[in-house]
Each structure stands twice: as structure tokens, then as C-alpha cells.
Design a binder for this molecule. Structure first.
Ligand SMILES: Cc1cc2nc3c(=O)[nH]c(=O)nc-3n(C[C@H](O)[C@H](O)[C@H](O)COP(=O)(O)O)c2cc1C
Length: 214
């Protein structure tokens, strides 16, 4: 297993690539594409986004402390890239891309209607880290598109064809190869796969049996 040693850098991939929508005090809307985003706490539900101070959206985030994280899909890939290379200083990205701005419940930033999931966020802390400032925010509401819900009200995000960002490329999420906790489940058809990992099983913390017990 020969490996090259690279200088320190960002190689934590794949990552979600999200379209973050904001609105300034005059109601002017903008969208910035963010890959340095993450889930950081379950309760209270919190996310982080890291933004360079030179971005047009940065000042709006600082002033309002509010934003919406809009998940991206195959259909939104072009728009996500565009919002990541064009600045709101020069272009109205909502108008240019013919995206629908919907009012949010708790924040001044709009939702992107075409996105299957929108997370309304309120900033609780800003951490200057170097090139980027990290905005830690509490999720105050989640909007999920009803078209991806089945008759039992189960939400199928995979049907929206979500995308990820990996080392410079946008990729479609692939095939499902398991579900949370399948490695320790006894009764499912996935058991065959779990068996092959039997030796590892001993080391798995019992908490992993709990669904969504992150
Ligand atoms: C895939 C992708 C991911 C990006 N991720 C980030 C990021 O995490 N943080 C950031 O500050 N800029 C990021 N950018 C760059 C901004 O989206 C870009 O500079 C954008 O034009 C800023 O828009 P604004 O000036 O309207 O705010 C990313 C761009 C792309 C294409």
C-alpha cells in the first residue's frame, strides 16, 4: 500500500454542495454555493457554513445572521455551479437562473423553491478561522417537498437525485448499499453483507443499533 504524502490540504470528500440563500436589509436576494458545510449538532439541530469574507454574501450573513441551506440535485447542478462562480455584486442569480424565491417562516432569507429540502438557519456564532469564517447556526425550520413523500409519509430524498461535490467534480449519489445500523441487524436480507464483517462487529458500539442515534 504505497502512498504519496501530500502537503496539508482539504481532502475530506465527497461533501454536500449546498446553495445558501440570503437577503439583505432591503430585501435584495442572493445565492452563494457552499461546499464547506456540515451538520454539527443533533439537539439543538445545528449546521455550519464556512464563507470567505470577500464574498458578497458574507456581509449579508454578518448583518442579518440568517440564511437558508438549500439541498442540491441533478437538476440544480448547473445553477449550483453558476452560483459558485458568479457574484451577486454583478448579477441577480435568482432572475438569471429563473429560480423561485419562496418566503421562509422564521428568517428574512428566501427558500429556493426548486430545492427538495430547505433549512432555515439563524447564526449563533461566527468563528474566524483563517481564509474562512465559520457561521454556526441553529436550524429553525425544515421544508421538505411533498412530491418525494410516499403514501405513508416517508420522505425519499434519493428520488430528488441529490448530488455531492468531490475533489472538483459534481457527482450523483449512487446506489443504496445499506441502511443505518444494517451491519448489526439480524433479520434483513442485508445480513449476508453484515456476516462478512462479523469480526468487526465486536468493536461496534451498541449505540449504533439505535436508528439516527448520532
Ligand atoms: C462547488 C463550489 C463550492 C464552493 N464552496 C464555497 C465555500 O464553502 N465557501 C466560500 O466562501 N465559497 C465557496 N465557493 C465560492 C463561492 O460560491 C463564489 O465565490 C460565489 O461566486 C460567491 O458568491 P457571492 O459573491 O454572490 O456571495 C464555492 C464555489 C463552488 C463552485
Amino acid at each position: 500500500m504505497a502512498k504519496e504524502i501530500w502537503k496539508p490540504g482539504n481532502m475530506l470528500y465527497p461533501l454536500p454542495v449546498v446553495m445558501v440563500s440570503v437577503a439583505d436589509r432591503d430585501g435584495k436576494k442572493n445565492i452563494i454555493t457552499i461546499a464547506w458545510a456540515g451538520t454539527v449538532c443533533t439537539d439543538p439541530p445545528m449546521v455550519s457554513i464556512s464563507v470567505r469574507p470577500e464574498r458578497y454574501s458574507y456581509k449579508i450573513l454578518r448583518e442579518t445572521g440568517e440564511f437558508v441551506v438549500n439541498l442540491t440535485t441533478k437538476e440544480l447542478a448547473f445553477a449550483a455551479d453558476y452560483c459558485g462562480v458568479k457574484s451577486g455584486r454583478e448579477v441577480d442569480k435568482f432572475a438569471e437562473l429563473k429560480l423561485t424565491a419562496l418566503p421562509a417562516d422564521n428568517v428574512c432569507a428566501p427558500l429556493i423553491g426548486e430545492s427538495p429540502v430547505n433549512l432555515e438557519c439563524r447564526v449563533v456564532q461566527v468563528l474566524p478561522l483563517g481564509s474562512h469564517d465559520m457561521f454556526l447556526a441553529e436550524v429553525t425550520a425544515v421544508h421538505a417537498d411533498e412530491q418525494y413523500m410516499d403514501e405513508r409519509h416517508k420522505f425519499h430524498l434519493e428520488q430528488a437525485e441529490p448530488i455531492v461535490y468531490s475533489h472538483g467534480a459534481y457527482l450523483l449519489c449512487g446506489q443504496q448499499i445499506g441502511t443505518f445500523g444494517y451491519s448489526v441487524r439480524k433479520d434483513l436480507h442485508e445480513r449476508g453483507r453484515a456476516k462478512s464483517h462479523k469480526s468487526e462487529k465486536r468493536h461496534i458500539h451498541k449505540d449504533s443499533k439505535k436508528r439516527n442515534g448520532h
